[in-house]
Design a protein around this ligand. Structure first.
Ligand code: MTE
Length: 309
């Protein structure tokens, strides 16, 4: 089933309908309805305020978002995360926050989220592989957490790491990437209001294949910057090592801002394929900073984006 692009997901899926569908499924004991489409019968709804930062483009379906994934800890095929992520233990979950902060420590997830205003952020999401989606994330601004732990004056970057647990993440039993998956942002990028820590999507707890229980979302950068299942956040002085850049620095830069004018060495970045748009939809033009130029272009004033790709 495909949606017209002039509708938002709430037009297409009234909340009451969505809730009753979910309730029905939970009542049926969470019987599987399409591989990986369910976060599980206990998936809790998250109350979230609407945000003016949301796009009015139509979100992809829950099925698209939860069955076409990149999460190499669970395998390299798009269906592997949905097939394998159920085994991941996400409760209890803690995040070690350290480096140049006033209040370092290992914080329980509930403590990380405590007091942060939870919003729905409907964002465009553009993968470096030239496909895209629109995702109704639930989360809060990373700046809220960073302000709470107190960023010290010498800190210029934020480094993130994903959990390492090969017993539950079959992809980690092979050296596909240099585990843990690592990502990083410059401090001003991390503090930007568009940058969120997402704890859910479509009004529910984050499905495991999408990076439960908490992941980064930076909508103006290629999707690989949006690191999943975060267990460590460090405030540091120097630009941190990041997974894809370590693997192939000529192809994946530290910044990785969506930029239709700077091609990947092996393919064009000028256009993208919207997942779920149907085979006759054709490709659409990729927008500078994924359409968020008005909000973020000033962060890069004076930088040569072909060099700092
Ligand atoms: N985070 C971890 N830990 N491991 C990964 O393999 N893949 C990245 C990013 N975050 C990845 C990750 C890539 S390449 C993309 S495009 C997005 O997650 C995909 O997010 P999605 O599956 O929710 O669409």
């Amino acid at each position: 089933m495909r949606r017209k692009t002039d509708l938002t997901w709430s037009d297409v899926t009234p909340k009451s309908l969505w809730l009753s569908r979910r309730g029905l499924l939970a009542g049926a004991g969470g019987l599987a309805l399409g591989a990986g489409a369910l976060a599980g019968p206990a998936a809790a709804r998250i109350e979230a305020a609407k945000s003016p930062l949301s796009t009015d483009e139509a979100p992809n379906s829950f099925e698209d978002i939860t069955t076409y994934n990149n999460f190499y800890e669970f395998g390299t095929d798009k269906g592997d995360p949905a097939a394998n992520a159920a085994a991941l233990t996400t409760d209890p979950w803690a995040i070690e926050i350290g480096g140049m902060v006033d209040r370092p420590g290992t914080y329980d997830l509930a403590d990380v989220v405590k007091g942060q205003p939870i919003e729905e952020r409907i964002y465009r999401f553009r993968c470096v592989e030239a496909w895209s989606m629109v995702v109704p994330w639930i989360g809060f601004s990373l700046s809220g957490l960073l302000n709470r732990v107190g960023v010290q004056s010498g800190a210029r970057y934020v480094a993130f790491e994903t959990l390492v647990r090969p017993e539950e993440m079959p992809g980690q039993t092979r050296p596909i990437l240099d585990w843990p998956y690592r990502e990083g942002l410059r401090l001003d990028e991390a503090m930007h209001p568009l940058t969120i820590l997402a704890t859910g999507l479509y009004g529910e707890e984050m499905p495991k294949q999408n990076g439960a229980p908490i992941r980064l979302v930076v909508p103006w950068k290629y999707g690989f910057k949006s690191i999943k299942s975060i267990v460590k956040i460090s405030l540091v002085a120097d630009q941190p090592q990041t997974t894809w850049n370590m693997l192939q620095p000529s192809e994946y830069g530290f910044y990785s801002n969506v930029n239709p004018q700077v091609d990947h060495p092996r393919w064009s970045q000028a256009s993208e394929r919207r997942i779920g748009a149907g085979i006759f939809a054709g490709r659409q033009d990729t927008l500078m900073f994924n359409g968020y130029a008005d909000q973020v272009a000033s962060l890069y004033a004076g930088q040569d984006l072909a060099k700092d790709f």
